[in-house]
Design a protein around this ligand. Structure first.
Ligand SMILES: [Zn+2]
Length: 353
């Protein structure tokens, strides 16, 4: 497992990439999550299985990303299991680690996950109908006695963000995923808060505008109709050369009054989500991630501006220092895959319901 054994991968599937330099995005200097949790030593693999791609990482015993893989998602149970198994083999080979010696394998994916029995439901983006026992299927296909843990994708992103942004600190943050929809992953006092029915953090379906835009959930005016990538797509119809969020923020910065309106409405809704998370859980950080976070600093600035304005008229809000708690997910870092690898090896994070 020393440097000498880091042989190049022999299989093309999974397209193994060397991890970035130690100063690349900060991930290489990250230590293990949680001083209070019982982190097991050893190498682990994390997979972030999305609707279009499977992103994998190999974490070394110090929690440093040593190898990454990216491959296209193959839909359906067999496709997902096969993609995960191929990525695990490719990463283990790249790191010179036997699969049987891994401290664990974590898989993050969109859907309602039972982390105890490793099943997922409603993973429609992956073409998985009904209920599928993905973790046991992956373990059986690997044929090695290694722990395989399944977790919701927003939850692993929360764990990954804590690992990359605040190594050595007891993780305490909300990960606000601004993607197609809006949801939050809650990592409180070092543990994931999944909720009694797995629905903790589904703040996208809180009513934001009574009688407002219709939502797929059947309600009107849900927050995710105003604070999500889909909301920006709808407010800024194409065709565009760049993603709608990037175009909106660029046009607003250039003074386009319509773009300014769209941007400010969006930032106001995201700021509401930040307020909600801090006032409910008093999390140390709210990490803004998901596809829209690719906008970068202009997004963070716009949200902070709304929070700052709110603090001016409310000593109560001012005392919360909201604008200091909100931050962006590390740009370009495989946050979800890193979090999955941490979940894979760290029983304490996954313990309990
Ligand atoms: Zn809704």
């Amino acid at each position: 497992m020393d440097e000498q054994t880091l042989a190049p991968p022999q299989r093309a599937h999974g397209h193994v990439l060397p991890a970035g330099p130690p100063d690349g995005h900060g991930e290489a200097s990250a230590a293990t999550v949680g001083t209070a949790s019982a982190v097991r030593s050893g190498w682990s693999v994390g997979l972030d299985v999305g609707g279009t791609k499977v992103h994998g990482v190999l974490l070394d015993p110090a929690g440093v990303v040593r190898h990454e893989t990216r491959s296209a998602t193959v839909r359906g149970v067999d496709g997902v299991v096969g993609g995960v198994v191929d990525a695990v083999h490719a990463l283990a080979l790249a790191g010179g680690v036997d699969v049987v010696d891994l401290a664990g394998i974590g898989i993050g994916l969109p859907g309602v996950v039972d982390h105890v029995d490793g099943t997922v439901e409603h993973a429609v983006n992956l073409g998985v109908d009904g209920r599928a026992a993905l973790a046991p299927l992956v373990a059986a296909r690997l044929g090695a006695p290694v722990d395989v843990r399944l977790e919701n994708d927003v939850n692993v992103a929360a764990v990954g963000a804590a690992h990359l942004l605040a190594p050595g600190e007891l993780p305490d943050l909300a990960f606000l995923a601004l993607g197609t929809g809006l949801a939050a992953g809650l990592l409180l006092d070092g543990r994931l808060r999944r909720g009694s029915g797995g629905a903790a953090g589904e703040i996208g379906h809180l009513t934001y505008v009574p009688g407002g835009r219709p939502c797929n959930c059947g309600q009107l005016g849900c927050l995710e109709q105003y604070a999500s990538g889909s909301a920006l797509d709808a407010a800024w119809p194409g065709p565009h050369e760049r993603p709608a969020p990037v175009e909106v923020f660029a046009a607003a910065a250039a003074g386009d009054p319509r773009a300014v309106r769209v941007r400010d409405e969006f930032a106001g809704a995201v700021a509401t989500a930040v307020r909600l998370l801090v006032l409910t859980c008093d999390v140390r950080r709210v990490v803004v991630g998901g596809g829209v976070s690719g906008v970068g600093t202009p997004l963070l600035d716009a949200v902070r501006e709304v929070l700052r304005a709110g603090a001016l008229s409310s000593p109560f809000l001012a005392s919360m220092a909201l604008e200091e708690r909100v931050t962006l997910a590390p740009a370009g870092a495989p946050v979800g895959a890193v979090g999955a690898a941490v979940v894979g090896r760290d029983g304490a994070l996954s313990g309990g319901r």
